[in-house]
Design a protein around this ligand. Structure first.
Ligand code: ADP
Ligand code: MG
Length: 309
């Protein structure tokens, strides 16, 4: 898959402090790319470089294989972390103004805004002043303005931070739909909720460096450890535990069940397959649960960051 955006070895210094150190990322066309990392990692700095708000001290950015230039700004929809709307302007007036700045005619802007305001059920906000809106409400308006001109690249810096869970979910679904309609999406977050359902690619930034990047499925494959969570029905719990413990790497597992089960996590060596384990277990007990343990992005995030301390 071709890349829509490529950052090569970007470095950014603020005085003696290096906010970004040789960071490269590749964002495939049509993907949702999660830029993950703790507070202060350098995510916003990288996003500001991509949006040509700051220049990198070293490195370069390519959009569709072209070196980034001012004309590319219209190809990018950007929701900044510091959401800035004019507080005393009315919602509709301001949305129309911003839409026209992005090159839409007034008529087009009105039509598209109507569509989005209807969709979000906020038509009655049109004549309110921005200062009358809560943070989350204003953020919804800004989200609309960001996507309205249908740019090929959308960049959301911490898009969920001002939202309650219900509205965060609305935004998550919209991001998925925008991707399905052909946009490429980059979003940053320091919180791992939503990442699993949204991203197909991630990059993990920590202390100004990229420490992990890839397709979510590949990253998970790399971090899984051939471990299976099993639930067994037996009338010889202790005996079976000992037998299995002699043969495999076994620890007790903790999951909710409605009946009494022997609950275990079993890690296999590279030479043993899940089928072999299942065959062995089914001779000894009734197997009522058999799941491969796949690490969550949150677990991978914490593990990788802790190891990089
Ligand atoms: P993140 O978005 O991952 O939380 P940022 O990119 O905002 O992190 O910041 C990375 C680091 O760079 C932080 O330590 C921040 O204080 C510093 N930084 C960002 N912008 C500036 C600036 N304009 N001047 C000085 N330091 C800055
Ligand atoms: Mg930030």
């Amino acid at each position: 898959m071709a890349n829509l955006l490529e950052v090569k070895q970007a470095t950014k210094r603020f005085g003696a402090f290096t906010a970004l150190q040789g960071v490269s990322i590749q964002v495939p066309k049509g993907s949702i790319f999660g830029l993950l990392g703790p507070n202060g990692a350098g995510k916003t700095t990288l996003i500001r470089i991509i949006n040509q708000i700051t220049l990198p001290d070293e490195g370069s950015v390519y959009l569709d294989n072209e070196l980034l230039k001012p004309q590319h700004i219209k190809d990018i929809g950007y929701l900044p972390e510091e959401r800035g709307l004019y507080k005393s302007m009315k919602v509709g007036e301001q949305a129309l103004y911003l839409a026209q700045l992005k090159g839409l005619s007034k008529k087009e802007a009105k039509e598209r805004l109507k569509y989005w305001f209807d969709k979000f059920e906020i038509t009655h906000w049109w004549d309110k002043k921005i200062q009358e809106l809560s943070k989350g409400m204003a953020q919804k308006v800004q989200f609309i303005v960001t996507v309205l001109h249908r740019p090929k690249l959308l960049i959301f810096d911490e898009p969920f931070s001002g939202f309650d869970p219900i509205n965060a979910n609305v935004i998550k679904d919209e991001i998925l739909q925008l991707r399905d309609e052909g946009a490429t999406v980059i979003f940053s977050t320091h919180r791992m909720e939503s990442v699993e359902e949204l991203c197909d690619h991630i990059a993990l930034i920590n202390k100004s460096r990229k420490i992990l990047e890839g397709k979510v499925s590949d990253v998970k494959r790399e971090f899984k450890s051939n471990t299976f969570e099993v639930g067994l029905l037996t009338n010889n719990t202790n005996g079976l535990y000992d037998t299995l413990n002699d043969k495999f790497d076994v620890v007790p597992a903790d999951f909710r069940t409605i009946d009494e089960q022997l609950k275990l996590k079993i890690t296999l060596d590279q030479n043993t397959s899940s089928n072999q384990l299942l065959a062995y277990l089914s001779e000894k007990a009734e197997v009522v649960r058999f799941n491969e343990v796949i690490p969550s992005i949150n677990e991978i995030f914490i593990k990788t960051i802790t190891e990089n301390e």
